[in-house]
Design a protein around this ligand. Structure first.
Ligand code: NAD
Ligand code: 6OD
Length: 485
């Protein structure tokens, strides 16, 4: 029998209205599971369950909430292989990647926010008053209430737990809508929550689509206090419009068109390996991926040749094969979109230094949504492939001559998520870090994460910051109490 992914509401699985939709394995194009489609009544039921759970959960001492969240982390690790299989079936990514990144981060997100919530305080200000007696101002934190969590498909468990863990740590209850492409690990997590002892209604999952469906109903729901969303910028704008009618609190991690800048003084091998990773990891389906690479002219040709060789070395294929280093794109529709950009690049006169097409794979992977990892050169900076987020294993490489030119190229465009600098001149790296219009900068590294640090984008790449106490601040209302002495 085919795998079923069900709704999780008030601590129990259910089939909702009875309708289902298919969940494809992107590595083969074959339906891997059936997913229960939530109705509007199911969304209402999930929000009501969360609301009902709130009074007791918010009163639970933070140390006890933290203890339960650590048990959730333990629960993910205890069922590591199940989470691994579910994540790989949904995304088609190589087991090696999900084993190293997605599942461990799912557990780590619960541990870090459990620790941080326990240690969190508020500020106190001593205020001067005319009579000399003074006043004390101190802060009180309170949870927001029911938080709607809307997630994308690229790192499903990692990005969901990145939001759910701090929300629960601060005493909120959540209703999660995972991507319709990747419902599995969100659903599995329900059972882990229940086993860990998280009370029914604190964590709820509703499956379905975005516009005029489950996502939009959740955003519009009058009893949902805040929305935390990761996904495309255009979706964020639609959510903002719906949320505006009730002026809901919003946290947005959106799209990017990130630059890597490689100077001639960089450690060449490290920079090539680093840019190959930042352009192709997870099939380029990481919001932080470098789709624009600017290389100082003296090393340009050598760098392009080396990066293209790295791209050609990547092996698409069976997720369980340890030789596989490149997974598929998430869906047939997404592959059409990425291949559309490949065609546009060719039409605009680009040269494919590696890839540019679809790999030839044996059955059943010939039905999967693979594309070749691709390195383009020769595109004008104004072309769509250089300005729009493609979200595939692809980058465009262009030369530069001066530091100021590289900075202007990196800062051009509407996005501002992250940048990676490759140089041995640290004074220059610090100077550029000050001037780059992005929220996250890596120097001689990429996607090296410390979960306490602020994470998020400028311009069209996001609203607000997550990570560490920035997440904890988002998931709390702070009241100021002024006491006249
Ligand atoms: P998406 O915006 O298409 O979908 C994300 C989620 O929003 C899905 O669950 C979807 O069903 C839901 N949704 C869609 N329309 C909605 C609506 N009108 N109302 C409510 N919910 C709605 O994004 P995706 O294709 O799943 O993910 C890829 C995108 O996510 C890329 O643009 C990528 O850059 C971005 N992303 C950003 C970050 C970050 O941290 N900045 C991280 C991961 C992904
Ligand atoms: O590492 C993280 O915490 C994070 N939010 C990563 C986002 C990756 C985007 O695809």
């Amino acid at each position: 029998m085919r795998q079923q992914w069900r709704l999780f509401i008030a601590g129990a699985y259910s089939d909702g209205g009875g309708e289902t939709f298919p969940d494809y394995n992107p590595a083969t194009g074959v339906v891997a599971a059936e997913v229960a489609l939530a109705t509007r009544a199911d969304v209402d039921r999930a929000v009501a369950a969360a609301n009902k759970a709130l009074p007791a959960w918010r009163k639970t001492p933070v140390a006890e909430r933290a203890r339960l969240l650590r048990r959730v982390a333990d629960g993910i690790e205890a069922r590591f292989d199940e989470f691994l299989r579910a994540e790989v079936a949904d995304t088609g990514k190589p087991y090696g990647l999900a084993r190293a990144l997605d599942v461990p981060r799912g557990a780590a997100n619960f541990r870090i926010f459990a620790d941080l919530a326990v240690g969190l305080g508020t500020e106190c200000f001593e205020t001067h008053t005319e009579d000399g007696a003074g006043a004390l101002n101190y802060g009180l934190r309170r949870p927001l209430g029911v938080v709607g969590v809307i997630c994308p498909w690229n790192l499903p468990l990692l990005l969901l737990t990145w939001k759910v863990a701090p929300a629960l740590a601060m005493g909120n209850a959540v209703v999660v809508k995972p991507s319709e492409e990747t419902p599995a690990t969100a659903a599995l997590l329900g059972e882990v929550m229940a086993t860990a002892g998280v009370p029914p209604g604190v964590y709820n999952v509703v499956h379905g689509f975005g516009p005029e469906s489950v996502g939009e109903w959740l955003v519009a729901h009058p009893d949902v206090a805040a929305i935390t969303f990761t996904g495309e910028t255009r979706t964020g704008q639609a959510i903002m419009r719906t949320a505006a009618t009730r002026a809901k609190r919003l946290s947005f991690e959106l799209g990017g068109k990130n630059a890597a800048i490689v100077f001639a003084d960089a450690d060449f091998e490290r920079a090539v390996a680093g840019v190959a990773r930042s352009s192709f990891l997870n099939g380029g389906q990481v919001c932080l991926c470098s789709e624009r690479v600017y290389v100082e002219r003296p090393i340009f040709e050598r760098f392009v040749a080396a990066l293209a060789a790295e791209a050609r070395r990547l092996r698409p294929g069976a997720p369980e094969d340890s030789a596989t280093t490149l997974g598929p794109l998430i869906s047939a529709a997404h592959r059409e979109k990425v291949l559309g950009y490949y065609a546009a690049a060719r039409a605009a006169g680009a040269e494919a230094r590696a890839g540019g097409g679809v790999p030839d794979l044996p059955p059943p992977y010939d039905g999967g949504y693979f594309v070749e990892p691709t390195v383009w050169t020769g595109l004008p900076e104004q072309s769509a492939c250089v300005t729009e987020e493609i979200f595939g294993p692809v980058c465009h490489v262009a030369p530069f001559d001066e530091e100021e030119e590289a900075l202007a190229l990196a800062n051009a465009g509407d996005y501002g998520l992250c940048a990676a600098l490759w140089t041995s001149d640290l004074a220059r790296a610090h100077r550029l870090a000050q001037a780059l219009e992005v929220g996250v900068i890596w120097i001689n590294s990429w996607f090296l994460r410390d979960l306490r640090t602020p994470f998020g984008g400028m311009k069209l790449s996001g609203v607000g910051r997550e990570g560490g106490r920035y997440s904890l601040d988002f998931y709390t209302e702070i009241k100021n109490v002024c006491v006249k002495l």
